[in-house]
Design a protein around this ligand. Structure first.
Ligand code: AMP
Ligand code: TRP
Length: 326
């Protein structure tokens, strides 16, 4: 398998990002060729202050490393350091249909929440994402549930290109984790946990123990008091149990047993302890990385060099096949 994935530096990384994406990546890098990207060009689709974008880009890289990505095992790089991403996106734009881009849920949602800035980049976002993936012949793309539709589009664009210009791209597959592919907001179990959602809805990987306790304490629960996993009848609690399960490694029945007859209050205290313990070493490593931005930038430059070598080779082939004089 060849793995590609990325996170956009558009906010603080939260438990949903970790559970849906990063957790898979750390496991995959031990056995597969992996590239993990900080997709800064994607972050530009929402208006962002330049100084903030620079900081979030470094923080996202530091988070990758803090969560266990290892530059010796994976290629870690910044999207804008490898110009072929944008170049291939342009070429794929000539194959992508306006009608199919109009169907993208993320575009529809972002247009609704940001009506004053429905820019062409926001519309084109999934084509750039397809370019990210196809440039490296990635066979598998580990992401959360919300990206499934974008992966489908990448697959369709690869097939379309191959059928018009001859076999050029690998048709990639999404890797959506069986559990935790859609972690819901703590303050609203009907909405997914999001970087841009309300503060009480997400737990940032950098939240302090006090903040974590407060957020979990005020998390919405369901009626009743039994700690039971039942996504239909107890969606809020099932979300919290999923987080507990994936951070502690304890099975869901073991968690139910542990809190039998103890009520939501005890369970929330337990979940806070599990989360704080889990995040402690990540936060320590994150601070170390952010304390030495020079070292971080050297890792990212080395990654960009490795990625550029692969991307340039692929672009050569794309240009030949499409009739551009390379
Ligand atoms: P984003 O925050 O949109 O940049 O997402 C980065 C990665 O985290 C993608 O693979 C998403 O699918 C994944 N992700 C984002 N939010 C969640 C969530 N609430 N639950 C699970 N995965 C998520
Ligand atoms: N669109 C993804 C998100 O919002 C981020 C992303 C950009 C990505 N390019 C990618 C994910 C390529 C996987 C592969 O989360």
């Amino acid at each position: 398998m060849k793995i590609f994935s990325g996170i956009k530096p558009s906010g603080i990384i939260h438990l949903g990002n970790y559970i849906g994406a990063l957790r898979q990546w750390v496991i995959l890098q031990d056995a597969h060729e992996c590239l993990f990207c900080i997709v800064d060009l994607h972050a530009l689709t929402v208006r962002v202050d330049p100084a903030l974008l620079r900081r979030l880009t470094l923080e996202t890289a530091a988070t990758y490393i803090a969560c266990g990505l290892d530059a010796k095992k994976s290629v870690l790089f910044i999207q804008s350091h490898v110009p072929p991403h944008a170049e291939l996106a342009w070429i794929l734009n000539t194959l992508a249909k306006i009608s199919e881009l109009k169907l993208m849920h993320q575009f529809k949602e972002k247009s609704k929440s940001n009506p004053e800035n429905i820019n062409a980049g926001l519309f084109d976002y999934p084509v750039l994402m397809a370019a990210d993936i196809l440039l490296y012949d990635a066979t598998h793309v580990p992401v959360g549930q919300d990206q499934q539709q974008h992966i489908e589009l990448a697959r369709e664009l690869a097939r379309r290109f191959n059928s018009i210009y001859g076999k050029t791209f690998v048709v990639p597959e999404g890797m959506i984790p069986p559990r935790g592919a859609k972690i819901m907001a703590l303050d609203n179990p009907a909405k997914k946990m999001e970087k841009t959602g309300s503060i009480g809805g997400y737990i940032a990987l950098t939240d302090t123990p006090d903040v974590i306790r407060k957020k979990i304490k005020s998390a919405v629960t369901d009626s009743g008091s039994d700690v039971l996993f039942d996504e239909k009848k107890k969606p809020a609690l099932s979300n919290l149990i999923t987080i507990y399960h994936l951070l502690s490694g304890l099975s869901i029945p073991a968690i139910e047993k542990e809190y039998q007859g103890k009520g939501y209050g005890q369970f929330k205290k337990g979940l806070s302890d599990v989360t704080i313990d889990f995040l402690k070493p990540i936060q320590q490593k994150f601070s170390e990385c952010m304390g030495d931005p020079g070292a971080l930038l050297r890792i990212l430059e080395k990654g960009a060099c490795a990625a550029r070598a692969q991307a340039d080779k692929k672009m050569q082939k794309v240009k030949e096949n499409i009739g551009l004089i390379a």
